[in-house]
Every structure is written in structure tokens, then in C-alpha cells.
Design a protein around this ligand. Sequence first.
Ligand code: NAD
Ligand code: UPG
Length: 447
Amino acid sequence: MALRITVIGTGYLGATHAAAMAELGFEVLGLDVVPEKIELLSTGRVPMYEPGLEDLLRKHVDGIEGSTGRLRFTTSWEEVGDFGDVHFVCVNTPQKHGEYACDMSYVDSAFESLAPHLTRPALVVGKSTVPVGSAARLAARLAELAPVGADAELAWNPEFLREGFAVSDTLHPDRIVVGVESERAEKLLREVYAGPLAEGSPFVVTDFPTAELVKTSANSFLATKISFINAMAEVCEAADGDVVKLAEAIGHDDRIGKKFLRAGIGFGGGCLPKDIRAFMARAGELGADQALTFLREVDSINMRRRGHMVELAREAVGGDSFLGKRVGVLGAAFKPDSDDVRDSPALNVAGQIHLQGGQVTVFDPKGMDNARRLFPTLGYADSALEAVRGADVVLHLTEWREFRELDPAELGGAVSRRIILDGRNALDSAVWREAGWTYRAMGRPKA
Ligand SMILES: NC(=O)c1ccc[n+]([C@@H]2O[C@H](COP(=O)([O-])OP(=O)(O)OC[C@H]3O[C@@H](n4cnc5c(N)ncnc54)[C@H](O)[C@@H]3O)[C@@H](O)[C@H]2O)c1
Ligand SMILES: O=c1ccn([C@@H]2O[C@H](COP(=O)(O)OP(=O)(O)O[C@H]3O[C@H](CO)[C@@H](O)[C@H](O)[C@H]3O)[C@@H](O)[C@H]2O)c(=O)[nH]1
């Protein structure tokens, strides 16, 4: 009989994972502690913006006309415990308030709720990003809490999907990493991922700590790459060099590669910033803090980018203060093709300017609701054109395609002064300059 799968926590990761598991042919039950999310998902609607996810959900959610009916959602732990052979834990692991460390309370709570309700043999699979050592601790807790008949076992299977590409990254992963302690666990996970494995996705089997570390080291490497190119942008600015050309040139070397070398206002989101900080905190607890001191620099280069953009904007509006100045902001999400504003560099820059007295108006194609919730005191507009109306300077902070396709001449008619600062090095400078704009990007010559 086909495996039955549950997914605990149906946010960006869990909702995608649940829909993908249904697409791979399994019966799936998703659980979340937020009833409104479950209501939405049960009618095939997605509580966030992720390209392709709503279509995939509607293809499988039970009760939708023409669906396979393989996917259902619930808030009941009893139902989940009764249903699943394999339970994926996908709950959030944010940064603790005022600390670098990871807040494990959501994961702990999910295990405490699930374990006593397991009524059949179960493999519980952690997917959340956690500090190394968590899996061993949670395996012990699972053994304490689960009924004997459940024969419950833990595996750790970190997730590498990118927001904006979540569906295809889940269905066609570039690797599958599983931390297991038995052949049974490995066999079950090979069955779960039979589809991607048949397509050739590499399957890496490790112990618990290595699986946990693969995830945090992968994100640390990505963050380091971005901060490296942003450090080069700082030097380029001082030396009148061009970081875009520099990235292109070093990227031709296969050992360096072209990806993740886009200089600008830096990385944000619900993963890279908090994951490198949690990694440093955990290394400190393990007495290995010296090994990761470079991540402090990666973090501070990254945070400097936001401050630098604020300074460029201040310079553009006259140098002293933002008081009485209008600033049009294009972008709120931490990256395009997502509505996620968690630790968004764009919103952070907008917020800093607002707090310094600037009249900031923000537009983002998908991130407006989340931005309004997080930063209600900023000004918001319904379009790019409205956001820049009367602006003394325009900031391009999230590189949506829609912004790249804007007509500089049309925008030029709406602003007070034609100055655009490109925080993502993504606009065509020649087109903007031809339309009479002063175009300035980060790490590029002023010209
Ligand atoms: N978002 C990504 O792109 C991504 C990619 C890879 C890994 N991750 C990791 O996956 C985890 C989840 O991230 P996310 O972005 O999906 O977070 P999220 O906040 O979007 O979703 C988490 C969900 O878990 C639910 N939840 C919280 N406590 C719960 C509990 N006790 N029981 C059941 N549900 C509970 C929340 O209501 C929420 O819907 C994190 O550890 C993150 O680091 C995220
Ligand atoms: O050259 C680049 C590439 C990215 N970014 C920024 O870096 C951040 C993160 O981008 P990206 O990694 O594409 O987004 P996430 O969806 O957060 O994905 C990361 O975090 C996930 C959660 O852990 C992992 O699963 C993914 O593999 C990892 O790429 C965004 O703010 C981007 O604007 C840059 O500034 N320059």
C-alpha cells in the first residue's frame, strides 16, 4: 500500500511540501496550528504568494472539482497521528528575540503534540532548519513520548528550496540529504523520494549531525558569497571600479561560478540572516565559535549595505536630512517572486528613511499586505507610478520584472526630481539615463 504522509506546519515550506508529496502520488494530510491557514488551504487557496503553488494545490486538494483528492488539511493531532506512516515536521525556527540563537520552541511544541498521538508505526522526519544536535535531542524526546506500539523513529531531512522556485525545487531537488539511524528509515525515505531519485537527484545518507550541518553550512556559503561580492562593491566604489563587470569576469572561472554574485543591498528573508546567526550561536555553545567568526563579518558587511543605501539616498536628496523629502520605494519583498518580507533589506531601508523623517511611499507587486502588517506607519501606493509621485529620489530595492519593464519617461513625468538609486544592479542604466534620469547603482562608477 502507498505510504501515507503528513506535513506539520503549512507555511512556505510545509504547504509546498504537502502539495509536492500529493503530486508524487501519496495520500497527504497537512496540519497547522493556525485554523485560518487550514481553512484557506482546504479550499485550494494559498496563504502566501508562491508561483505555481496554488495550481498544484487545486490539482490535489480533496473536494475541489476534478482534483485527485489526495491532499487534505486538519488542525487535529489525533487525525494526523492515526493517518501517517511518515510525518514531516516543517514548522518555523526563527531567531530568538534579542539573541542570535534559534528559537526551537515551535519544533519542540510540534514534537510534544505529535508524539503521544502516534498510533501506528511512524517515521518522524524533521525538515526545519535547526541547530546541530537538535535531532539527537528530539529523537530521545520522541522515544519518551511516543506510545510503544508506534515504533516511532526520527530522521532529519533538511530542505534546500528557494522561495519563488519552491514547487520545482521540491519536485526536482538538486540533492536529497537524509540523516538516519537505521536501514528502515533510509528505505522509507527512498520510497518517499522515489520520483526525484528516478530523475537522478543525488541521495546523500548521513548521520544526524552531518545532515543538520549540511543545511546551515550551505546557507552560510551562500551568504558568504553575497557578502564577498558586496565587499568588492565597497572597494569598487572607493576605487571607481565596476562590481557588475568584476562579478562577470570572476564568474567565468568555473571554480567561482556566476551565481550568487549579484551585488546590491544584500541578503534578507526568513533563512540566510537568521541561519548564519543561529549557526554562530550554536558553534559558540559547542566551543567552536572561532571557526565561524568570519560569519560575523559576513553579517556585518550585509547589514552595512542597508545603511549605505540610506546614505546614498540622503546624498541624493541634498545631503543633510530627509525631513520634507519624498522617497519613492520600489520593492518590499526580500526578493522578487515572493511576498515574504521577513528581514527584507528593502523594507529595512524604507523603514530607516521613514524613521529619519522622510516621506516614504512603497509599492511591491505581491508583498503589500505583509509589508503593511509589519510596518504600518510607512506610506503605501497601489502602483509603481503612484509610489514615485512627487518623489525627490526613487529607490529600486527588489528586482521584480515589473520594475525592469517600467517606462522611465512615464515615471519621469510623475517625480519631482529624476534620480534613481538601483539597490539591486538590475535596471538598464542606459535606458534610464537616456530618459533624463540620474542613475546610480551600488559598486558602480557614478558617471
Ligand atoms: N521558507 C523557505 O524557503 C525555507 C526553505 C528551506 C528551509 N526552511 C526552514 O523551514 C522551516 C519553516 O520555514 P517557513 O518559511 O515555512 O516558515 P513559516 O513561518 O512560513 O511556516 C511555519 C508554519 O508552522 C506553523 N506552526 C508553528 N508552530 C506549529 C506547531 N507547534 N504545530 C504545527 N504547526 C506549527 C505556523 O503556523 C506556520 O504556518 C524553518 O526552519 C526554515 O528555516 C524554509
Ligand atoms: O547574488 C545574490 C543572490 C541573492 N541575494 C539575496 O539573498 C537573499 C536570499 O536569496 P535566495 O537564497 O534566493 O532566497 P531564499 O528563498 O531565502 O533561499 C535561501 O534560503 C533557503 C532557506 O534556508 C534555502 O533553502 C535556499 O537554498 C537558500 O537559497 C535575497 O534577499 C536575495 O535578494 C543577493 O543579494 N545577491
